[in-house]
Write a protein that binds this ligand. Structure first.
Ligand code: URA
Length: 434
């Protein structure tokens, strides 16, 4: 078999066989197919898509390029919730303790933030002493005690994705639906769980800028799941404004804890409740999503979910008492207030811009090597649909280093799109696809 023949086949819109896909990917991983040929194949895929059977095979070969992780010694119904990356997205920090309090377990890989999006690892690492598990045994032990099994990504899981993603990044082939679907699903299929729930963010701050592309991505990922014998559910959630009010790391932990105390922002609650209900349905405990809400209210009102988070923090090396004492989290030294320059209704808060405004004061990373400051971040005080007056406070910047704070302020002002006419509040969940 020759790579060039397979590239020509894809160029000519012919379907590749399992053997051909396996040859191309495995030889690429070994270094026998060069980057220039793989680039050409990726570009042909970008234009000509993949059939369902090509996509399934492509994903399975990717999954099998590295380690897979079993959790059969965690005796719970296991949920793997994955988000495609957003701004202010602290869903995992709230959801995992709720699932645990509902008798389920979370087993998932978590990532670090890059660019305008944050990562769950960074948020938990804002807690002094907190150490992310990187061995399966540690994760299993903590998951059995607390119901929460979060593990950092390792280079040994789906190494082919790392290699392909770096190539896609420099060849204009990142925004290809089959390539995104196989990249995400190969990593999900590498980890054992009973249901995979994907939170596909849609909007300004997200990979998927419009709902039709997001739906197509959801459909392809569900199709891969079916082919692999896994249960996959998808929510499409709004990223035309940051989720909640806090963007940063320590401040997002506080907002997550407040949500577990019943004081959460409406949009964050809507996403968390929807995913928790989908998990209950996948487990077979409810038939319809309208049935389980009171059960979630209950574990929030009686503080069992909060207690699960506290236990998880303690088991991971941090001080679980911080759920009732936020002074145990890092605090920034300075605060700058941001005032609206216009009067009107907020129609959009460009999430990517807000994410970048947080990144340049140190809350995120421009490159993988950057060190972040967990204490800093942004609090937005107004959301889409709210009315603001000229000179009314719309945000606060919590910072330590004043170098980029003026820039950050200007970016926040630019991110707020304010119109004269009344604007409706946005829904956080745009669609559920099962
Ligand atoms: N997330 C991934 O893991 N892969 C992609 O290709 C896009 C988003």
């Amino acid at each position: 078999m020759r790579a060039v023949d397979l590239i020509e086949k894809k160029r000519n819109k012919e379907e590749l066989s399992k053997e051909e896909i396996s040859f191309l990917l495995n030889e690429y991983l070994k270094g026998n197919v060069p980057d220039y040929q793989m680039s050409s194949f990726l570009m042909a895929t970008y234009f000509n898509d993949m059939t369902a059977s090509e996509l399934l095979e492509f994903t399975m070969i990717m999954r099998d390029s590295g380690d897979t992780v079993k959790f059969d010694d965690v005796n719970k119904f296991l949920v793997d919730k994955h988000s495609t990356g957003g701004v202010g997205d602290k869903v995992t920090v709230v959801l995992a303790p709720i699932l645990s309090a509902l008798g389920m377990g979370t087993t998932k890989l978590s990532g670090k933030g890059l660019g305008h999006t944050g990562g769950t690892i960074d948020k938990f690492e804002a807690i002094e002493g907190f150490k992310f598990s990187n061995t399966r045994e540690e994760v299993v032990s903590i998951a059995n005690k607390t119901g929460i099994g979060l593990m950092g990504y390792s280079d040994k899981i789906v190494p082919l994705d790392k290699k392909l993603y770096s190539l896609r990044d420099v060849t204009g082939t990142v925004p290809s639906i089959p390539l995104i679907a196989s990249s995400i699903m190969s990593k999900k299929l590498a980890i054992q769980s009973d249901v995979i729930i994907l939170d596909v963010k849609v909007g300004d701050g997200a990979f998927m800028k419009d709902i039709s592309h997001a739906k197509e991505l959801a459909k392809r990922m569900i199709e891969i799941g079916k082919g692999a014998g896994r249960q996959v559910k998808v929510v499409l959630s709004n990223m035309d404004e940051p989720l909640g009010f806090a963007i940063g790391n320590a401040n997002e932990i506080v907002e997550a804890i407040e949500t577990l105390k019943g004081n959460g922002p409406e949009d964050l609650k809507e996403v968390v409740y929807t995913i928790a209900l989908l998990a209950l349905k996948a487990k077979g405990e409810i038939k319809d999503l309208s049935e389980g809400k009171t059960r979630i209210d209950e574990v929030i009102n009686n503080r069992t979910a909060l207690e699960k988070l506290s236990q998880f923090i303690t088991e991971s090396g941090g001080n679980g008492n911080l759920v009732n004492d936020y002074t145990l989290l890092p605090q920034s030294k300075e605060v700058m207030e941001v005032f609206s320059e216009k009067e009107g209704y907020i129609s959009k808060i460009k999430a990517e811009e807000i994410g970048k405004a947080a990144m340049i004061i140190g809350a995120g990373r421009a490159t993988k090597e950057d060190v972040i400051d967990h204490a800093v971040g942004i609090k937005i005080l107004k959301k889409v649909g709210d009315k603001v007056n000229k000179n009314e406070k719309i945000a606060e910047i919590y910072y330590n280093d004043s170098k980029n704070v003026e820039n950050s302020k200007n970016m926040i002002l630019d991110a707020y799109v304010i119109l004269e006419e009344k604007v409706e509040k946005q829904k956080a969940i745009l669609e559920i696809i099962e």
